[in-house]
Design a protein around this ligand. Structure first.
Ligand code: ADP
Ligand code: MG
Length: 692
């Protein structure tokens, strides 16, 4: 029998209620339980002298009670002073019974385990676990480190541990299939699986915790390797499902594209030409394209997208472009309706804030097919939207969307000829290892060149105590040199409402401080067409200083703006700062960005601002961002599945990734059955995008 065939209901202690709760954690079989891995460990195998414990760690101590009494501070509590021969500690309980208090008599030896904090100058444990010890020369120590598991409501650590011990006991006699083919095991040099699992669930005393928490320990490495291969395989399988479907082969554009290029006041960069050709080739295949275009801010991704769109439109098909925010959708709408309007192509615009009549009109033109280029936000995949003949889906700034959203738009476009091609563009570069993992299902093109004449933005980092000097400088730059500037407000609060109010106040203050300037305001709560009107005034030069919330983060394009002030930049992530700063440095004159921070800066905050000051290179910034924030945050979405990895860590294990990707490919091609089992083992029913 295979471990997969045993239901956990057969374990002691699993009734219907527990089974139900465990199934919420994805645990239904012995195998599921065995692969529910600890995320940290506690050490109850040894005793620490009280003198050596320090705040912030957890520790086990063996101490003798000196006295225990009720303290009436801000909150009533039981405080017990206890000591060993190296020093003393306070144990504090906010919830306690009289019986508990009575058992803590002077002279009683107790074994305590808990987190150490520092209260009133002395090491303190709050609500430690206590064992009463009769013979202090033989305290009851554990014989292995205690694993700590992810749990949900109603499942306790110790019950989970007990269940795992039951399964581990049976492990030697059960069949746990080795799913890595020999060739893969040899190349990667990995340990035995059963032994690795035994070790991970029950690390023996003396195991170096640092080794175990890092990825170096062979037992852990074995599991990391399996998980990352499984994750990669699930992406490859998803990709294969999609690319096997039929799609419309779209021959290269011979009419519209050359006409668009003639209209432009500039030449394509060679990187745009190269990426354009890669896309064009994919679109001409009878199976869907799945391609990711990466390029730094300002590298000209929009134009590449427009060229792709024309290839579909020329054959009489529709193209949908989905953006993550309304303001970005509007920006695309402006670009596309401008460019495509000249070519007599009808565009439609769909966001959730449209008036009912506008909306109806847009929906009709989408359904009848009169609109060939459709631009919008996630509103595009509402039920009411029916495409006539969608052949290409373009998704801008992908990492804000979940993969599921991406796929549901694909489903919407399904028609008798197959599914639409997909082109995904990212706002900021993604570090290579992360891209290899998170986008293993996509082919990648990189626009590795900026249009000529771009000058790096000079970035200054200043404390907000110098705010008035900055205001003065902005005023004189705008007035004397005709510079146009952004003033970006950020706010900690999640509330968009508050953020917009703060921007309003700032705009009023700045207008007062700079009476000779025309100050505008744009924020997320404004109606789409009002925002657009303000942006147009700014573009036309009628507004000198534009106060904005971070809504201008993506896509806004006003080449004449050459100065940006960002208030409280320490509140933003690196990718966001880089996006914002990318709004300047687009024109012929040298641009500046002032990061006006509020003291004190955290270490991490300081590192971010320093990075911004040092470089304009989006790929370097992305690497730094990954280092500082971790992969889940960088991708900005949990849907990628990366955040759900059980034991692997894309950042820590990044050196393994290229090799593992090779192994996954090999398994996918040569060992499809093992591959399937491995995916089920690690991703279970949540096989990343299994329902597609
Ligand atoms: P991003 O890659 O950040 O989306 P955009 O597509 O918004 O960049 O392009 C930024 C700006 O550069 C736009 O004003 C666009 O018209 C301009 N641009 C694009 N390609 C070129 C080029 N080859 N030469 C000069 N300017 C270009
Ligand atoms: Mg863009």
């Amino acid at each position: 029998m295979d471990l997969r065939d045993y239901d956990i209901a057969e374990l002691k202690g699993v009734g219907p209620a527990v089974r139900e709760k465990l199934s919420k954690l994805g645990i239904e079989t012995y195998q599921d339980l065995l692969f529910h891995l600890p995320f940290r460990y506690e050490d109850r195998t040894r005793i620490m002298p009280t003198a050596s414990i320090s705040a912030g760690q957890s520790a086990q101590i063996l101490v003798k009670v000196e006295h225990a009494e009720i303290a009436f501070g801000r909150r009533r509590s039981l405080v017990c002073r206890a000591s060993d021969n190296t020093g003393s500690v306070d144990l504090r309980f906010f919830y306690f019974s009289k019986a508990q208090k009575d058992k803590l008599t002077k002279g009683q030896w107790i074994l305590c385990f808990g987190d150490v904090s520092r209260g009133s100058g002395r090491a303190t444990m709050i609500h430690p676990e206590i064992k009463y010890v009769n013979d202090p020369s033989r305290p009851p120590l554990d014989n292995c480190l205690t694993p700590v598991y992810p749990v949900t409501d109603g499942v306790k650590q110790h019950s989970l541990r007990k269940l795992l011990q039951q399964v581990l006991q049976r492990l030697p006699k059960t069949n746990l299939e080795e799913l890595l083919p020999d060739t893969v095991k040899q190349t990667l040099g990995v340990d035995d699986l059963k032994a690795s699992l035994q070790f991970i669930h029950n690390p023996p005393p003396g195991t170096d915790l640092v080794d175990l928490i890092g990825g170096e320990h062979p037992a852990k490495r074995r599991l990391i390797v399996e998980e990352l291969i499984a994750f990669n395989l699930s992406m490859l399988r998803l990709r294969e499902k999609i690319v096997r479907e039929p799609a419309i082969a779209l021959p290269p554009s011979t009419q519209l594209r050359p006409r668009l290029l003639e209209l432009l006041p500039f030449q394509l960069t060679s990187a745009q030409v190269k990426v354009g050709e890669e896309i064009s080739h994919d679109l001409n295949q009878p199976h869907p394209m799945l391609r990711l275009v990466q390029g730094d801010v300002g590298s000209g991704k929009t134009l590449v997208a427009a060229m792709a769109a024309l290839q579909a439109i020329e054959q009489g098909y529709q193209v949908a472009l989905m953006a993550p925010t309304e303001i970005l959708a509007e920006q695309h709408w402006n670009n596309f309706s401008g460019w495509l309007g000249e070519l007599d192509i009808e565009c439609a615009f769909l966001v959730s804030k449209l008036r009912a009549s506008e909306r109806r009109q847009m929906l009709e033109s989408i359904e009848s097919g009169s609109a060939q280029m459709i631009i919008g936000t996630h509103a595009l995949f509402q039920d009411a939207v029916n495409f006539q003949n969608l052949a290409l889906v373009i998704i801008d700034e992908q990492h804000r969307f979940g993969v599921h959203q991406r796929l549901s738009l694909k489903e919407k476009g399904r028609h008798s000829h197959g599914v639409p091609h997909q082109l995904i563009m990212t706002a900021t570069p993604i570090p290579r290892t992360l891209a290899m993992t998170a986008y293993a299902d996509l082919d990648t093109s990189i626009i590795d060149e900026l249009p000529p004449g771009r000058k790096p933005v000079q970035t200054l980092v200043m404390p907000d105590t110098k705010r008035h000097q900055v205001v003065h400088r902005v005023a004189s730059a705008c007035q004397e040199q005709g510079v146009q500037a952004y003033w970006v407000c950020t706010l900690i609060e999640e509330s968009e409402e508050l953020q917009c109010q703060a921007a309003e106040v700032t705009a009023e203050q700045l207008a007062e401080a700079m009476p000779h300037l025309s100050v505008g305001l744009v924020h997320g709560r404004m109606k789409p067409f009002d925002k657009q009107a303000i942006m147009e005034q700014f573009k036309a030069g009628d507004i000198d200083l534009l106060v904005a919330t971070t809504v201008i983060e993506v896509g806004v394009d006003v080449p004449n703006a050459s100065l940006m002030v960002i208030e409280n930049p320490e509140r933003l992530g690196l990718a966001q700062l880089h996006q914002l700063r990318g709004r300047v440095g687009r024109g012929a004159i040298e641009s500046h960005c002032v990061l006006l921070y509020h003291s004190p800066l955290s270490q991490n905050g300081r590192a971010r601002l320093e990075t911004m000051r040092e470089t304009n290179d989006g790929f370097k910034i992305a690497e730094k961002d990954l280092e500082l924030r971790g992969p889940g945050e960088v991708l900005g979405t949990r849907q990628t599945g990366i955040a759900e990895l059980k034991i692997a860590d894309v950042m820590r294990d990044r050196l393994l990734i290229p090799q593992l990707q090779q192994s996954a490919k090999l398994m996918h091609q040569q060992y499809p059955q093992l591959a399937e089992k491995l995916v089920i083992r690690w991703l279970g029913t949540r096989e990343v995008y299994g329902s597609v």
